[in-house]
Write a protein that binds this ligand. Structure first.
Ligand code: PMP
Ligand code: GLU
Length: 392
């Protein structure tokens, strides 16, 4: 069977791979603490489910919608973004997608010609690199030099005449780091100066802890807003990962191009999910706050426990998202593993605790733990990690 070079050059998603393995082990009846995949462990709030049920039962969800999404959903998203950021996007500046993942995928497809480069901060989410490759672009890793965040100097060192875009994901997957307004102002102005589009992946913006605040790069000034495409979605804020609703907001020309592409790809995001998302984005935020509170409590429980595990190092307490990203190189050595990948594999096989190897995010000495799991499971999982490292 001949397959296109385009796909042969792409690595499978490591987050999905570990989580599939954990699911298989569970199906075999093994005890598994799946701290691999990044998704809220809560089910979707009932009022959101009910909106989808009503749309299904009335027949409204039976039909294709516009490729860019239902006008009512675009209005709800625009109102929500305006409320959170003070930035107003018109319907033509918004496209609803099948998850934020497809918003990013579509964006790179319409933005990049062969050889165009995208600056991707390291550590960073697994799919950015492969999505850029799938679009014929060249991912350029930018090692972060400041508390898991990139500075203008880091970016400038990797800029070439082919640089088309820079991705800023704050709060960050996999580190939970949050960029300050001052840091984003410097990055936004640098991007503007060099005509580099900013891709602001704000999907975790509702998940901030212990008093942390967030100003999105779209909020800094109108020139920076106009040079930015905002990516976000319903998955993380509303416990809606399975519904697959995301969006992109930005320059009309770019959004029109993405809409044209998606018109040939998905046609439209699933109608029932769009009706559910109208309820989500129009809601008063109480359900988001309740889940955020639970994540905060788990962070505050788990972070000090993790620091006690021999060979786990994580100097900064994360401020957002739901991940911890310790350096575990010493733990791997203590347990006689030559690589962190082997350590993570052995940990899963022997204790049932699933983490994602840091290699997936560009830092092979680290491992990612998602604390979007029940508190009792988190505590048990960490005590198993501690026993595993201690016994060897
Ligand atoms: N961006 C980041 C940083 C993510 O962690 C994820 C993972 N879910 C996504 C985008 C995509 O989210 P979704 O497709 O579920 O909206
Ligand atoms: N973004 C989540 C994660 O990093 C979900 C899985 C994925 O899409 O990669 O685990």
């Amino acid at each position: 069977m001949h397959l296109a070079k385009r796909i042969l050059n792409v690595a499978p998603s490591a987050t999905l791979a570990v989580s599939n393995l954990a699911k298989e082990m569970k199906a075999r009846g093994e005890t598994v603490f799946d701290l691999s995949i990044g998704q809220p462990d809560f089910t979707t709030p009932d009022f959101i489910d009910q909106a989808a049920v009503a749309a299904i039962q009335s027949g409204a969800a039976s039909f294709y919608t516009p490729a860019a999404g239902l006008p009512a959903l675009k209005d709800a998203i625009a109102a929500h973004v305006l409320d959170q950021t003070g930035v107003r996007y018109s319907p033509k500046q918004l496209v609803v997608t099948t998850g934020a993942k497809l918003a990013l995928y579509g964006l790179f497809q319409v933005l990049l010609d062969p050889g165009d480069e995208v600056l991707i901060p390291v550590p960073g989410w697994v799919s950015y690199v492969e999505q850029v490759r799938l679009a014929g672009g060249v991912p350029r890793a930018v090692m972060s030099s400041s508390h898991f965040k990139v500075t203008v100097d880091d970016l400038e060192a990797q800029r070439t005449k082919h640089t088309r875009a820079v991705i800023i994901n704050s709060p960050s997957n996999p580190t939970g780091a949050v960029y300050t307004k001052a840091e984003l102002t410097l990055i936004g102005n640098w991007a503007l100066r060099h005509d580099i589009l900013v891709v602001a992946d704000d999907i975790y913006r509702d998940l901030l802890y212990n008093g942390a605040t967030y100003t999105s790069i779209i909020q800094i000034d109108p020139a920076i807003t106009a040079n930015t495409v905002l990516i976000s979605g319903a998955s993380k804020s509303y416990a809606m990962t399975g519904w697959r609703i995301g969006f992109a907001a930005g320059p009309e020309k770019l959004i029109a191009a993405m809409t044209k592409l998606l018109g040939h790809a998905t046609g439209n995001p699933t109608a029932a999910a769009q009706y559910a998302a109208i309820a989500a984005f129009s809601s008063d935020g109480q359900s988001v706050a309740a889940m955020r509170d639970a994540f905060e409590d788990r962070l505050n429980t788990v972070y000090p426990l993790l620091l006690q595990v021999p060979g786990f190092e994580l100097p900064d307490k994360p401020q957002g998202a739901f991940y911890l990203f310790p350096n575990v190189r010493r733990a791997a050595t203590l347990t006689h593993h030559t690589s962190v990948d082997d350590f993570v594999a052995a940990l899963l096989a022997e204790t049932g605790v699933a983490l994602v190897p840091g290699r997936a995010f560009g830092l092979p000495d680290h491992a990612r733990l998602s604390y979007a799991a029940a508190k009792a499971d988190l505590v048990e999982a960490i005590s198993r990690i501690q026993a595993f490292v201690g016994q060897n």
